[in-house]
Design a protein around this ligand. Structure first.
Ligand code: PMP
Length: 356
């Protein structure tokens, strides 16, 4: 039976990425060796790193003055690297979910943290809009896509202070104007590569402005100076990331992806809104994520939750359980998820409705 992979992360990657990476595990770039057993300083691997950085810049149309880094440590390490490198005294945070809150918590190690707004009181089911960012904040931190709650900030905000964004779960899903951001980071394990590599896009002239001593590994300038090769980079995930970037370009880049993502998420949200058994969890439609579609059973059908989960599992739907803090269901519709999988889930929901 065909499996439809709706996991939230790690999650579905393009077949192109999986196939080429599998090949490189046994024979990398014609060396007869595995990509896992050659020096990261070999000319073959240096070419991979260079091409991955160049394609990353090309696909997101990254202007001059920014660097792209591939680091270890996950997005969670960026929660502390950002304030370490950018916070002089004070930073502002928008609390739109538990990842946003975790980032905010780490900021407190380095200075004053101002939470400009929070949707925690409503279990993060909306994106706060009415807030003021203090003009003297060193930066404003947002989480553009809230993986657990299925909300997304889809426009590039302008707030008058440097904007920092965790884009772990929506990078490359839509066009962004990088010039509006000071720094963008994320774990790769949703739209890009297997877990293990973290991407950072950083505006170079914002660095070197803090007084504190920064440990070498946590200083962005170290990794800029050494082209992400100060220490051994996660070679296999970087190789896989390059394959995904090549695939993305063939698919029409972020514009092409965006069109497909609107179609996929739209199909699913339409069914959730139409089907009498289900309802969406995000309060306002404009906040609905294109990447993580969250829904629950309608109150009168609450007792059918377990039965629907089993019904869908029997039809090949994998990874649709909602995060434990939200419950219900979450279908992640990342770039690599084919339209066909969304159609299969919609049909499953319709079949289940007919049964009840
Ligand atoms: N931010 C967001 C939005 C996430 O979804 C996640 C992980 N799912 C993280 C941060 C944490 O990433 P990592 O596990 O790479 O530290």
């Amino acid at each position: 039976m065909k499996k439809h992979n709706f996991y939230a992360g790690p999650s579905i990657l393009p077949e192109f990425t999986i196939k080429n990476t599998a090949e490189a595990v046994t024979n990398f770039a014609g060396t007869g060796l595995s990509v896992m057993e050659v020096s990261h300083r070999s000319k073959e691997f240096v070419a991979v790193m260079d091409e991955a950085q160049a394609l990353f810049k090309e696909l997101l149309n990254i202007p001059e003055g920014y660097e792209v880094l591939f680091l270890g440590g996950g997005a969670s390490t960026q929660f502390c690297m950002v304030p370490f490198n950018l916070m002089k005294k004070k930073a502002a945070y928008l609390n739109t979910g538990s990842w946003a809150a975790k980032a905010q918590k780490e900021g407190k190690h380095f200075g004053e943290v101002v939470e400009v707004a929070s949707s925690k009181d409503a279990n993060y089911n909306y994106i706060p809009k009415d807030y003021k960012v203090p003009a003297d904040a060193d930066y404003f931190h947002i989480t553009t896509n809230n993986t657990i709650y299925g909300t997304e900030i889809k426009e590039d905000l302008e707030v008058g202070v440097p904007l920092v964004a965790d884009m772990s779960s929506d990078i490359f899903s839509r066009p962004i104007d990088v010039s509006k951001y000071a720094l963008i980071y994320g774990g790769a394990q949703k739209n890009l590569a297997p877990a293990g590599v973290t991407f950072v896009i950083v505006k170079k002239d914002l660095l070197g402005k803090v007084d504190r001593d920064i440990p070498t590994m946590l200083d962005y300038r170290t990794h800029i100076d050494k082209g992400s090769m100060f220490n051994t980079p996660p070679v296999l995930p970087v190789y896989a990331a390059l394959q995904t970037l090549i695939w993305l370009k063939e698919q029409g880049g972020v514009e092409g992806m965006h069109k497909k993502n609107i179609e996929k998420a739209g199909l699913l949200y339409d069914e959730i809104d139409r089907n009498k058994l289900f309802k969406g969890t995000v309060a306002s439609k404009e906040d609905r994520s294109l990447m993580n579609v969250c829904f629950v059973m309608n109150e009168e059908y609450a007792e059918l939750e377990k039965e629907f989960f089993e019904f869908a599992s029997e039809r090949g739907m994998i990874g649709i359980k909602g995060h434990r803090s939200v419950g219900g269901f979450r279908a992640s519709t990342y770039n690599a998820l084919p339209l066909e999988s969304v159609k299969a889930l919609v049909e499953t929901m319709q079949e289940f409705e007919k049964k009840h």
